[in-house]
Design a protein around this ligand. Structure first.
Ligand code: MN
Length: 228
């Protein structure tokens, strides 16, 4: 018997390749972690420390399910990303031990209401409603860390309706996976179940209803969703 006064919400989770579910605690996202994307958004990547925002754990969309076109936007953008899943955490994790906290990886989409994000930037307001809306995080199957022995190398690509829209390589990450974990753990205590969307390469653009998004990270796998 629990002492909750209403039924507790479901535990968010993402499916693992080969079976099982990875329980999700928090979903962190890195902003502007590829130089060419920072430049396309009007920033100088050489002058910035990494920065972070969050999505709710229950905004993840799994199993190649459809993504409803969200309300209050006319500019829904795709951001194709490598997602890191942590099996342990801590505070002030050194770069040289950071990778020991990684359980595995997935391909994910940081879907963004760009018009709301841009309005928030201009007004100096939080990005939450631009980034953390319902169904804003389609994500593919999680694979164990051994599938990607070098997390800083490998093709990352997104096709929309069969046409390549984003293509880059994990070697273009400004802050490596280890550096990202280390830096973030200086801001918040990381724990098992945390996910980190590591940022998107250049080529972000608007999606419309009916678009089929198919992302791929070499060594990791795919993410697929249809905007409905
Ligand atoms: Mn992003």
């Amino acid at each position: 018997m629990s002492n909750f006064v209403i039924a507790p919400p479901a535990q968010a989770s993402i499916p693992v390749a080969g079976g099982g579910e990875f329980p999700v605690r928090r979903v962190y996202c890195v902003g502007r972690n590829y130089a060419a994307h920072a430049r396309e958004m009007g920033h100088d990547p050489d002058r910035e420390e990494p920065f972070f925002f969050c999505k709710p754990a229950d905004s993840l969309v799994t199993g190649d399910a459809d993504m409803p076109y969200p309300p209050k936007t006319k500019d829904l953008h795709h951001e194709m990303e490598l997602v890191v899943a942590l099996k342990s955490g801590g505070a002030n994790i050194p770069v040289d031990t950071a990778m020991s906290h990684v359980w595995g990886y997935a391909a994910g989409l940081d879907m963004t209401r760009r018009d709301l994000q841009n309005e928030a930037k201009k007004a100096g307001r939080p990005w939450d409603m631009g980034k953390g809306f319902d169904h804003s995080g389609p994500i593919g199957l999680l694979v164990p860390a051994s599938a990607l022995p070098d997390a800083n190398k490998g093709k990352i690509e997104l096709k929309v309706n069969g046409q390549v829209r984003q293509t880059s390589d994990l070697s273009n990450l400004i802050w490596s996976v280890a550096e990202t974990i280390s830096y973030l753990s200086g801001l918040v205590t990381l724990e098992a179940g945390d996910l980190i969307f590591t940022g998107t390469p250049e080529g972000v653009a608007a999606c419309v209803k009916g678009d089929v998004l198919e992302g791929f990270v070499e060594g990791v796998g795919t993410v697929k969703t249809t905007i409905v």
